[in-house]
Design a binder for this molecule. Structure first.
Ligand code: SAH
Length: 464
């Protein structure tokens, strides 16, 4: 982002437009929506400018822009249609300490004016840093269509009511009141009784919300999927949109956290440094604490919450605290990893069972049904298997697994940095050491990438 969007307080401030033609007039059309004091400096001003000056809408100075003309100005637009003259004006204005925009000259401008959707006081600014004006216009047109023209009125009247609404406790109750006003009761009252009826309607609405019985908090245990925001369920998105508190683990990337409501309290429960047992007790306590205060908590877990997610401990804690909860499934790493190598997790005549296993548990490296896994055609998705690769390899080979059994390690499945390392059981620890993965890794035991099968003919026979 080379340009940082802000909303500048212009009330009573001086804004200077240098130029007397159509370009200057176009700038004035937007600037006149503000409460700034507008000065136009032009040697030969268009009659429309003279008319504006007569009506007191602008101060018109009919001469060329000179030193000191931008003193005390917040903004200066160089809009003369003459690039050399614009640059001269910009130099002088900068010396006077003003921020300068040269029309149609992005490189020399210190600020740019976005496309604007105006529902004052609701204002939407759209910028593309000059990359795609067509896109900005299309987005503007889309928003203009979508946002009711009454939005500004609702916001203006609502703004005057904010102090009264503070009678509602901060957080969810207050939010629900405003949501009701903007999306339900407000538009209805405006349509039925016009602006005058709106204030009365607001009072009635506030009384209703003040009287309403408090709603209890709740916790939704939500699967965030493997990392791609597009692999979130719609339900997960909706809950993120509503949550007061989001408690997430280390696997959830920033791109997904950004979908949470802006006011939501985001707590990273995956910070390194806690002992693992300690962290789980802390997480349970945190969820209970926030929900007991009436918050809507989303406990966001990588992949599917029910797969190696310590879901039961959390549900037990919520049940013990008498809190309402639900589980929202997500796409587990095994599904994302299989998709990334074009393989299915089960296949007729190859494997009619799929094991989801962990490389290590609380006690250390985890024991499994190694004999079953060692049979030809067996497929397992091994979570948290990176560190235990040599142990897993040893156990499987001891129980008769073929050294050539394919294993594909998928790192960062469904993320931009995704990588698949196709190897065999015999070479697994070596291949992993060589790959030096730093992201989460899942091992797909018994599966080779579909694209590599041709290069491994002996596997094609056995497993295809
Ligand atoms: N509930 C999660 C698993 C949590 S256990 C799920 O359903 O996916 C954590 C392990 O999951 C990691 O050690 C890794 O083995 C695996 N994992 C999670 N996300 C992954 C990803 N994007 N790519 C590869 N492996 C992943």
């Amino acid at each position: 982002m080379d340009h940082f969007p802000i909303f500048l307080a212009l009330q009573g401030r001086r804004v200077v437009v240098a130029g007397g033609g159509e370009t200057a007039l176009a700038k004035l059309r937007i600037l006149r929506k503000t409460t700034a004091r507008l000065t136009v400096i032009a040697e030969t001003p268009d009659p429309a400018l003279q008319a504006m000056a007569v009506q007191g809408q602008i101060t018109l100075i009919a001469r060329a822009f000179g030193p000191g003309d931008a003193l005390c100005a917040a903004l200066v637009y160089a809009a003369t249609d003459d690039p050399d003259e614009d640059r001269r004006i910009a130099r002088l204005a900068r010396a006077d300490g003003a921020l300068v925009n040269l029309v149609d000259n992005l490189a020399d401008s210190q600020f740019i004016t976005p496309a604007i959707v105006d529902r004052d006081p609701v204002t939407i600014a759209i910028g593309t840093e000059g990359a795609a004006p067509v896109l900005a216009r299309a987005i503007k047109a889309d928003l203009e269509e979508r946002l009711p023209s009454t939005l500004g009125v609702l916001a203006r009247i609502g703004k005057g009511f904010r102090a009264m609404a503070d009678a509602l406790p901060m957080g969810r109750k207050r939010r629900e009141f405003w949501a009701d006003y903007y999306f339900d009761a407000g538009p209805q009252a405006l349509a039925a009784q016009g602006q005058d009826g709106l204030a009365t309607a607001l009072e009635g609405l506030l009384a209703r919300h003040l009287d309403a019985a408090p709603k209890g908090g709740r916790v939704d245990l939500v699967g965030a999927g493997p990392g791609d925001p597009e692999l979130l369920t719609l339900k997960a998105r909706k809950l993120l949109d509503r949550a007061d508190v989001v408690i997430h683990d280390r696997l959830v990337p920033q791109a997904i956290l950004e979908l949470a409501r802006r006011e939501a309290l985001i707590i990273d429960a995956g910070k390194e440094g806690f002992g693992p047992a300690m962290a789980q007790a802390d997480i349970c306590a945190l969820m209970v604490e926030h929900a007991a205060l009436g918050a809507h908590v989303v406990r966001l877990k990588g992949g599917d919450p029910a797969v190696f997610g310590r879901l039961d401990e959390e549900i037990d804690a919520l049940t013990a605290a008498g809190l309402e909860w639900s589980v929202v499934p997500g796409i587990t790493a095994a599904s994302a990893a299989a998709a990334s190598i074009g393989q299915s997790l089960t296949k007729r005549d190859r494997n009619s069972a799929l094991r989801l296993i962990t490389g290590h548990d609380m006690q250390g490296f985890a024991e499994q049904d190694w004999r079953g896994l060692a049979r030809p055609g067996a497929v397992a998705a091994i979570y948290m298997g990176k560190r235990g690769a040599r142990f897993i390899q040893g156990r499987l080979m001891m129980h008769g697994a073929a050294a050539e059994t394919p294993v594909t390690a998928v790192e960062n499945a469904a993320r931009p940095e995704a990588r698949a390392i196709a190897t065999t059981l015999a070479r697994l620890p070596h291949a992993l050491a060589e790959a030096a993965c730093t992201g989460p890794v899942i091992l797909l035991y018994g599966l080779a990438p579909r694209m590599a099968e041709a290069a491994l003919p002996h596997l094609t026979e056995e497993f295809a």
